[in-house]
Design a protein around this ligand. Structure first.
Ligand code: ZN
Length: 683
């Protein structure tokens, strides 16, 4: 059940803000619809209002203000509702046929503002219905009734004659015509059910149209509630063995997806895991392979989720190698199946020259849950949200009848429809899209610059720091989807649990910047044992713990990776009284070389950055002042005391790490970021 959230005071506020009441209330109820995930999700659904605009000559022109492409109902503004001249739109209904290209061209030609976004592909559906307000949603509870073998009959029982019924037709011109003629046959109705697609409701006011959407959805929810069978999915007998940890499963799946197509340059994906009682019941059902392959719940999911999920068996703890083989085989079968599906139906329809990438977007793991798969964390989350609503709707549909979706060839037509594919076109994929980077010591000046630099390259970012709160704040500032986490890098359990968290959040890790460190000083001959050991714990052993875990995950993924150390100038050019810092850093340089040597065959590249005199937590403003004074020079001269006579910044260091992450054929290398210092030249 969903709530009718109409509120007169809120409505009045929208009118005050947007002046024109027609548009203001259209924006208001679009927000109400868009913010209810059971009605629309991620760009789904569309709304319109028929109103009056004034042209350059002062003439009043009837227009349809309808959702434009690229806008979400939850956040739409008046600019997202382009005005199209209504009269020319209405004339289109006389035509027998109208190609997509002609339709889009005609819509754009009749815009009042030539720079407005392209009106929705469902514009004509809104135009041909006579009502002032029209709301189109993919209401989940309604879908449970219309995604059925026997949908017309079920719909009658649930809604009586409050709605008209339109059999499945692909969105566009023909659906708009069919909907309008169905409405004319029975003009008393409050809405139309679009078979295997969703709900259209309408009214004379924004309030009436919105209230009908809510009421019709709730009628459907009520019907499902009263008529549901007790047990929907008969559970498969569980093997009775311990189930593997999700943090161990994710890198296996991520690696198999990456390696399925091009082993030399694996395509990396981000995973988003979901689980609930409903998902468990769904993935553990005996008939899973059958009911999960019956297709989407509404056509516009197809471009994001594909029609079928990848299904993986129960992952037993302690038998992960077996699970990997099963996963690799299942992915290969899926890809083969996807290509066959394309060839089978494309030969008749000729929708595209080549199949789209054949990688699954939803993965179901028995005993475990589901993964959304995307090119970024954001995209994976969208897929996971849609997958959850798919599970919800198929479960409800199966509880009252038999879930039925589009036929395979209708699915292909929708998935490859150029007007749908246009929604996904990205300008240019960033260089590190799909990569996951961990930065330790990530809350400091250098660490946060590294996190930001990788985020700009499109990578997913995990910021770890001893100060968990600061790590969370830095993560939030670098990217909306970034993970901020506490980690004591000198503690083995803490490091292990950090890597587990990253695998659970993103599916694995590709680039590890082992950056955490702290400086202690004192004359070497009188240094206390405690202090030197403390420094070794953080400036050497912690790097080893981080590198060990990085290798562990990267070897599971089998997609190579980069382990990068911040080793400081001290590792190469020791300074007096800095032994406590420089000696473990020198050992870390040796550590980097050892890892490069032993893991080159895993395609894991191991490099180090040797930075000096960066204004940061290790070289504070006070320290800069006193060192400059001690040398009798200005602070500026102190900071630019190098061959290039140029101050080196945290951003310069960050760029060196990005460079190493991108340099695919470089390992065992040290990059100097110190403006030039002869004593620190590597010999
Ligand atoms: Zn739709």
């Amino acid at each position: 059940m969903i709530q009718n959230l109409w509120n007169d005071a809120d409505a009045a506020e929208y009118v005050t803000k947007h002046h024109d009441p027609d548009i203001a209330l259209r924006v208001y109820t679009s927000h109400l619809l868009g913010r209810e995930p059971r009605l629309v999700l991620h760009g789904g659904g569309n709304t319109s209002v028929k109103t009056i605009a004034t042209d350059l000559f002062g003439n009043k022109v009837a227009v349809l203000r309808v959702k434009g492409s690229g806008w979400n109902l939850s956040s739409i503004e008046p600019g997202g509702l382009p005005a199209v001249r209504l009269e020319p739109l209405l004339r289109l209904e006389q035509l027998e046929q109208l190609s997509d290209e002609s339709m889009v061209n005609y819509l754009r030609t009749n815009l009042m503002d030539s720079a407005a976004p392209t009106p929705s592909v469902e514009t004509l559906l809104h135009a041909f219905l006579p009502h002032k307000y029209v709301d189109h949603s993919h209401a989940l509870d309604v879908l449970a009734l219309v995604d059925q073998e026997d949908c017309e009959n079920l719909a009658r029982r649930a809604f009586g004659n409050r709605v008209g019924y339109v059999p499945y037709i692909m969105p566009g011109f023909l659906l708009a015509k069919a909907a309008a003629s169905q409405y004319r046959r029975d003009p008393q109705v409050e809405g139309l059910l679009l078979s295997k697609h969703g709900l259209v409701s309408f009214g004379d006011t924004a309030r009436e149209s919105y209230a009908r959407t809510v009421e019709l959805n709730n009628l459907a929810a009520d019907f499902v509630q009263k008529n549901r069978r007790r047990s929907v999915f008969i559970p498969l007998a569980q093997p009775g063995k311990e189930i593997a940890n999700q943090a161990d499963i994710a890198p296996i799946l991520r690696g198999c997806l990456a390696n399925a197509i091009e082993k030399d340059s694996p395509k990396r994906w981000i995973l988003d895991f979901r689980c609930s009682d409903l998902i468990q019941a769904f993935v553990n059902g005996k008939g899973l392979t059958e009911y999960a392959n019956r297709g989407t719940i509404t056509p516009d999911y197809l471009i994001r989720t594909k029609a079928s999920p990848l299904i993986l068996p129960f992952p037993e703890a302690g038998a992960l190698e077996e699970f990997r083989c099963e996963t690799a085989n299942a992915v290969a079968d899926y890809i083969g199946g996807y290509r066959t599906y394309f060839e089978r139906h494309n030969s008749q329809r000729n929708m595209a020259e080549f199949p789209l990438d054949p990688v699954p977007r939803i993965t179901l793991v028995r005993g475990c849950g589901l993964f959304g798969i995307g090119k970024s964390a954001e995209e994976a989350a969208v897929v996971a949200d849609l997958a959850e609503t798919w599970v919800d709707t198929v479960s409800a549909a199966e509880a009252i009848g038999r879930f039925r979706s589009l036929d395979e060839n209708e699915q292909l037509a929708m998935e490859y429809w150029p007007l749908e594919q246009a929604k996904l076109r990205t300008i240019c994929e960033p260089r590190l899209a799909g990569h996951v980077v961990l930065v330790t010591g990530g809350a400091g000046t250098i660490g946060s610059a590294i996190g930001r630099a990788f985020a700009r390259e499109g990578a997913e970012v995990a910021i770890a720091d001893l100060n968990g709160e600061k790590a969370a704040a830095v993560a939030r500032a670098s990217k909306r989807t970034a993970l901020g986490a506490f980690c004591d890098v000198a503690n083995a359990e803490s490091v292990r649990s950090l890597f587990d968290r990253i695998c659970k959040r993103f599916g694995g890790v590709d680039i590890v910047v082992s950056n955490a460190g702290a400086a202690w000083s004192g004359p070497i001959a009188t240094l206390t044992d405690d202090l030197l050991r403390k420094s070794f714990e953080l400036n050497f052993f912690a790097h080893q713990l981080v590198a060990q875990n990085a290798v562990r995950v990267m070897r599971v993924q089998k997609t190579g990776g980069a382990i990068l150390f911040n080793i400081s100038k001290q590792a190469i050019n020791p300074g007096p009284n800095f032994g406590a810092y420089g000696i473990p850093k020198a050992a870390t340089l040796a550590l980097a070389r050892q890892y490069a040597l032993e893991h080159g065959h895993d395609k894991i590249r191991v490099n180090a950055v040797n930075a000096d005199r960066i204004r940061s937590g290790l070289l504070t403003d006070d320290m800069i002042r006193s060192r400059a004074q001690a040398r009798g020079i200005s602070e500026k001269d102190y900071l630019s005391g190098n061959l290039l006579e140029w101050e080196v910044t945290a951003e310069d260091v960050a760029q060196a790490f990005v460079h190493h992450a991108l340099a695919m054929k470089t390992t065992g290398n040290v990059t100097t970021v110190d403006g030039g210092n002869v004593a620190a030249f590597l010999r």
